[in-house]
Design a binder for this molecule. Structure first.
Ligand SMILES: Cc1ncc(COP(=O)(O)O)c(C=O)c1O
Length: 365
């Protein structure tokens, strides 16, 4: 048997007729940018997460970058951010000339709230929290810390569509919740896309200008904006997928439950679930000491895996000028050396799930 990390056309086939009808309707409409489908999707997604406003943009990175910009976070401002994240989170900070202050993760791979106090300085303006792999960070303590210290709170929800903490949707704890609709995501489009959700009318207004050359009224440019618009075709397809998102997330949870029940190999460390967190398993990330050996073993047995992520942002080539070195964030580096994401995707068959668990259990080198 051969299993890729994510076989994306399986989820397409689950609702193929609906997608095709929605795409045709959008193509035939004659409206392609910031029209009915985008407006309808923004309203439906805001309703889904329980926010007042949603502004569609071109990608998750733009959602993060423009949110910081709209919150007036810029040169010299410090933003607390997890060291253990995808580089896009940090890129959004440095793109605004702000300074990323990296904080080590907890046992759930997310920002360790007990280390926030040490990261705080007079220049701290915001916390950028990430709900990595589909599980909420410790939002009780992180939200409180942000409130008590008068900091802006931006959530990177690129991996957490539909994930809750104490019953509340990720994306609704802070000033802005930033989503990616990259095709592999739980709410993935069929191309690039992103959105920001917020309860702040002024922030939503600024974002809707920033994404469109800084203008609300054509050719009246109030801000130095960019072109970062969600397009009609992606919005039409996202509306279909959003209507099935709960079912799609439930399916991911069922696959994860079967992994938890069946993988019994003491060499493999399975994910831990935070009390109060409802995990939506964007990724099912395990850890093992000889990760590269285990990865090759799976590959030899036809199972493709990916490392999320092999090089932490602080050790990335592009941030050489920040002067970090190996050893600066030992826990993050340790995770980068040991993590591995097993295949998990909508439409994964029982036989494929059993095959993955069986091969995992037989690993003994
Ligand atoms: C945690 C995280 N933040 C931000 C992004 C950026 O999203 P996009 O690829 O849509 O720009 C991603 C996605 O790849 C991500 O995983």
């Amino acid at each position: 048997m051969k299993i890729d990390l994510a076989i994306l056309n399986r989820q397409f086939k689950l609702y193929q007729t609906e997608y095709e009808q929605a795409a045709l309707k959008a193509l035939r409409s004659g409206w392609y940018i910031l029209e009915r489908e985008v407006i309808a999707f923004e309203n439906e997604f805001a309703d889904y997460v329980g926010a007042k406003f949603c502004v569609g943009v071109n990608s998750g990175l733009d959602a993060l970058t423009l949110s910081l910009r709209a919150l007036k976070i810029g040169a010299g401002d410090e933003v607390i951010v997890p060291a253990n994240t995808y580089i896009a989170t940090v890129l959004a900070i440095t793109a605004n000339d702000a300074i990323p202050v990296l904080v080590e993760p907890d046992e759930f791979y997310n920002l360790d709230s007990s280390r926030l106090a040490d990261a705080l300085t007079e220049r701290t303006k915001a916390i950028m929290v990430v709900h990595l792999y589909g599980q909420a960070a410790d939002m009780e303590n992180i939200s409180r810390f942000a409130r008590e210290n008068n900091l802006r709170l931006v959530e990177d929800c690129a991996q957490s569509h539909g994930a809750r903490f104490n019953g509340k949707m990720t994306g609704t704890f802070g000033d802005a919740g930033c989503f990616s609709f990259y095709p592999t995501k739980n709410l993935g489009a069929f191309g690039d896309g992103g959105a920001v959700v917020t309860d702040d009318a002024e922030l939503a207004e600024t974002l809707s200008k920033l994404r469109n050359y800084g203008s609300k009224v054509k050719y009246h440019n109030e801000l130095e904006g960019v072109n970062s618009r969600l397009d009609e075709l992606q919005a039409a397809l996202l509306r279909v997928k959003l209507s099935h998102l709960d079912a799609l997330n439930d399916e991911r949870k069922r696959i994860a439950d079967r992994f938890f029940a069946a993988i019994k190999n003491p060499r493999l460390i399975l994910p831990k679930i935070r009390k109060g967190a409802e995990h939506v398993f964007y990724q099912f990330v395990i850890r093992t000491e000889n990760r590269d050996d285990f990865k090759s073993y799976l590959e030899r047995n036809g199972i493709q895996t990916v490392i999320h992520y092999p090089i932490p942002p602080h050790l990335s080539e592009c941030y050489r000028q920040l002067g970090f070195k190996r050893g600066d964030f030992p826990l993050t580096e340790h995770y980068a050396d040991e993590v591995l994401s097993l295949p998990i995707f909508n439409g994964m068959t029982d036989a494929e799930i059993d095959f993955v668990t069986g091969v995992c259990n037989e690993y003994n080198s």
